[in-house]
Design a protein around this ligand. Structure first.
Ligand code: PLP
Length: 395
């Protein structure tokens, strides 16, 4: 294998300020780096974090970075919808006037979940505002290269290189997050850098893969697979980091490959005591149509019990918030596979693939309800704050 870095494609071109702009189908990365200089001097400074827009195909990560060597880090994947008629590539400073190139769906929920994942792993994070500005800067560069295209925005924070000052893998108490999962932000004037910003931080903005829409249209053949833990493991053994969006997704990817080898598209994990958990990259939802006294049908929407060690989905939280407003009954498991087979419809939901119907479970055809699928996608598009139904809610 060649060690030569990929050179930028000829279609990539820097803008007038010399900043990287991706060519069609390309991606752009924005690094968040501690900025020791005075606030306001470098691009994106003012919160003590400097933003650096770069070509993601060029080498950037140290081989000792614990995100790479141990999967020791956290991430989020957000969906960004191109603003209709909005000026492409307007810089983040225009965000206050709504002049951004994209609208990031559920950004506050994703940032809150990034903070709670980082808190669980004790990884210090740049302030929320720096992440928002990094995403906006990446989207602006993306929009200059691909005006009008929707994007996937991935936020990554790793523990940083082994042996770096404060970056040892057993360092405790460095995370700049509050106990409620909110990112701590100091109001002191001047650079506001968390005490020890020892990790590696970046935002990657990429095009949406066409396979996502296809999966949504076609529906999913899903296998039930045992995750190997009982539904109490998460509470008994918090070091398993269940329900945390850590970078350690090799097991999830292996489950997807196994499903693929069996002719299936996706997976629903079950606990060793037979409870329905989640997909490797999605939340499970199911609906029952419930007869009402007046002869009509209401809908009951149910998702598995969160305390069973699953990730609290931002899509599920937003859908539940809109469904509650529409008067639907909502429930949080516990669910067993028999509940899924008896449901009127089952879906896997996530931020980029959105609401995808499950057509088959372990080879058995499930009922479909196109109206409900459309309704759930409409709920998701409302983009309501999830409140109690979201990642940091009580549900
Ligand atoms: N569960 C797991 C394990 C995930 O990885 C994801 C998203 O990637 C989800 C659920 C869905 O979360 P969200 O709706 O916030 O994208």
């Amino acid at each position: 294998m060649s060690a030569t870095p990929a050179s930028p494609a000829s279609s990539d071109s820097p803008d007038s300020s010399g900043a990287f702009v991706p060519g069609p189908g390309g991606s752009v990365v924005v690094f968040l780096e501690p900025d020791a200089g005075p606030a306001g001097t470098a691009a994106g400074s003012g919160s003590g974090v400097r933003l650096r827009v770069a070509d993601p195909r060029l080498p950037a990560l140290l081989v000792t970075d614990q995100g790479a060597t141990r999967g020791d880090g956290v991430f989020e994947t957000m969906s960004a919808v191109a603003s209709a008629g909005g000026p492409a590539g307007v810089v983040h400073g225009a965000a206050a006037e709504g002049l951004t190139s994209h609208r990031v769906r559920k950004e506050a929920s994703h940032l809150a979940r990034l903070a709670s994942s980082a808190e669980a792993l004790e990884i210090p994070l740049p302030p929320t505002d720096a992440w928002r500005r990094a995403a906006a800067a990446g989207l602006a560069a993306f929009a200059r290269g691909m005006p009008g295209a929707d994007a996937v925005v991935k936020l990554v924070a790793t523990r940083g290189p082994e042996g770096a000052p404060g970056g040892g893998h057993y360092v405790r108490g460095a995370a700049d997050v509050g106990s409620d999962g909110e990112l701590a932000e100091t109001t002191a004037p001047g650079p506001q850098v968390p005490a020890q910003l020892t990790g590696t931080y970046w935002v990657l903005v990429s095009p949406v893969s066409e396979g996502m829409a296809a999966a949504r249209e076609r529906g999913l053949k899903v296998l039930l697979l045992d995750r190997g833990f009982d539904s109490g493991a998460s509470e008994r053994a918090p070091w398993l980091l269940m329900g945390t969006k850590s970078l350690s997704y090799a097991v999830n990817m292996a489950a997807l490959r196994f499903a693929s080898s069996q002719g299936a598209d996706d997976v629903i994990f079950t606990s060793s005591d037979g409870k329905v958990l989640e997909g490797p990259t999605s939340t499970v939802l199911m609906a029952r149509r419930v007869p009402q006294a007046d002869g009509t049908h209401g809908v009951e929407l149910v998702t598995p019990l969160r305390s069973s060690g699953i990730l609290a989905g931002t899509s599920q939280g937003t859908i539940f918030a809109a469904a509650a407003q529409a008067g639907w009954a909502l429930g949080y498991g516990p669910l067993e596979p028999a509940d899924l087979f008896d449901a009127d419809a089952v879906w896997l939901v996530s931020s980029v693939r959105l609401v995808a119907p499950v057509t088959h479970l372990d080879g058995e055809e499930l009922p479909q309800d196109a109206d409900l699928t459309e309704q759930l996608n409409a709920f998701l598009a409302e983009d309501l704050a999830p409140g109690d139904h979201g990642p940091n809610g009580a549900g």
